[in-house]
Design a protein around this ligand. Structure first.
Ligand code: NIG
Length: 389
């Protein structure tokens, strides 16, 4: 195990309550862990030293909601939507057909390419859902492929009802044979609770069955309209309710009095021409929030957490500091993890060097690729040209 130091950091955001945000700092990694946070210049004794040149360092982004295991793309559907067509959950079935047709090797390669893209964008930890298989073998295969990239795998057999099967029969399959096949590869159980997908009763059955199999609930809720999903998630002890584009007062009260995180996915609202959620209202009411990309081929085909941060600040009423915290610590909380999302001593050695003096530039310079280097588990996972070292 060797040590790596990033020295001469102009501004270090640690997300650690005791350390805070530090000017003129150095951070030392020992293998896969943060070993020390010190004054600039302290990195001289490390086995390898990276000179940040006064740039800013932040914790790696924690992307707590993605659907990276899929084949095909839906650019035509997106273009039609931009020309006025509405978003409907039914497009998921097109991706299911493409995903089923792909070999396991191909699906693995596609997920790996998306993971590389995410590392380049500063994402050092991801959750990955199944949900484009929708039969026992294809869901099992998706969970297994996802598990090659993360220990936060989510079984989402209840993404939409596939053609040719009655909805209640499908729910029974998801809660029975499919869950049994997928649970060994997964940590989480999820359901798309929305008109056009699964209603509250069906969603409750899926999450309860998952819980009985040892998985922890999370839920897609209130994406396309108001509904019972957020309250159902809180009732069942979900770690996170995701989307939350439409929140009424009861939803906010339920979330504020719970341990459930509200995860906003603003790139989805961008890509489906929806209103943005009112994050300010949720935060002011005491709701814990996260930001995630929701990378998928239908509603949000992006791995840019910086883009999500920019939307959250520009259009959801969040400050830069709140949005950055939501995209790092918030994601960790939504995944019930303490090892990522911050740079306290002992945390996983996941950090991002920005080609900027402060995180405000993520919003101030929209669309500009500011990630100069991504360190994941103490290793350089991506370096911009000129910084390869
Ligand atoms: O989170 N909402 C459900 N699932 C995805 C969309 C999937 C798709 O359109 O392919 C989402 O937005």
């Amino acid at each position: 195990v060797s040590t790596l130091a990033i020295d001469n950091i102009g501004l270090l955001v640690t997300n650690d309550p005791a350390l805070g945000t530090i000017h003129d700092a150095a951070i030392v990694f020992d293998g896969e862990r943060v070993a020390a946070v010190q004054r600039a210049g302290a990195g001289a004794g490390a086995d390898e030293r990276i000179d940040a040149g006064g740039r800013c360092v932040i914790p790696g982004f924690v992307d707590s909601h993605t659907h990276l295991v899929f084949a095909g793309e839906r650019g035509d559907e997106f273009a039609a939507r931009m020309a006025g067509a509405p978003y409907a959950a039914g497009g998921i079935r097109e991706t299911v057909a493409a995903t089923r047709a792909a070999s396991s090797e191909r699906l693995h390669e596609l997920a790996a390419a998306r993971r590389r893209e995410g590392l380049r964008a500063g994402i050092t930890h991801v959750e990955i859902k199944s949900g484009y298989g929708l039969d026992v073998e294809h869901e099992r295969r998706s969970c297994e492929i996802a598990a090659a990239f993360t220990d936060d795998v989510t079984f989402l057999g209840a993404h939409v009802v596939p053609h040719g099967i009655d909805a209640d029969d499908y729910v029974a399959l998801v809660c029975g044979e499919m869950l049994e096949a997928c649970a060994p590869h997964a940590r989480w159980i999820d359901v798309f609770c929305e008109r056009g997908a699964f209603d509250a009763e069906q969603s409750r059955a899926v999450l309860r069955a998952g819980r009985a199999a040892g998985l922890v609930p999370r839920i897609h809720a209130n994406q396309l309209g108001f509904g019972a999903g957020v309250r159902l998630g809180v009732e069942l002890g979900a770690a996170s309710v995701d989307h939350c584009t439409y929140l009424d007062d009861d939803d906010i009260d339920a979330l504020a009095g719970s341990d459930t995180v509200a995860t906003f996915l603003p790139a989805t609202d961008f890509s489906t021409r929806q209103p943005y959620p009112d994050a300010r209202r949720a935060i002011d009411a005491g709701v814990a929030v996260a930001l995630a990309t929701n990378c998928n081929p239908g509603s949000s085909y992006t791995t840019s957490m910086a883009f999500c941060v920019a939307l959250a600040v520009r259009d959801m009423g969040m400050t830069v500091d709140e949005a950055l915290a939501a995209a790092t610590l918030g994601g960790a909380r939504a995944l019930r993890r303490r090892d990522v999302g911050h740079l306290g001593v002992g945390a996983r050695a996941d950090a991002v060097l920005l080609d900027a003096p402060s995180p405000a530039h993520l919003v101030y310079r929209p669309g500009v690729p500011l990630v100069a280097m991504t360190i994941a588990r103490g290793q350089r996972a991506w370096s911009a040209p000129g910084l390869e070292g």
